[in-house]
Design a protein around this ligand. Structure first.
Ligand code: FES
Length: 76
């Protein structure tokens, strides 16, 4: 049985959506409590959340723009 690979998805003009078995630590190495039973949550990348490091939806009012795309993959 393989271990799921954690995935980080950059939402357009929004948070980083994390999926997979992962823990989030503060700068002292202490874990933030994560919602029980959930393996998907969003980290703020706009700086406006009142619940950092988690997204609280404030990016919608802040005018945050984040729409970088990954570079094209070479054809195989
Ligand atoms: S990305 Fe959602 S509040 Fe910052």
């Amino acid at each position: 049985m393989s271990t799921p690979i954690p995935t980080i998805r950059c939402r357009e003009n929004g948070p980083l959506v994390i999926q997979g078995p992962i823990c989030v630590l503060d700068h002292q190495g202490n874990p933030f409590p994560l919602p029980a039973g959930k393996d998907v949550f969003a980290l703020c990348r706009c700086g406006s959340s009142a619940n950092k490091p988690f997204c609280d939806g404030a990016h919608r009012q802040s005018g945050f723009e984040g729409n970088n795309l990954a570079p094209a993959q070479p054809a195989v």
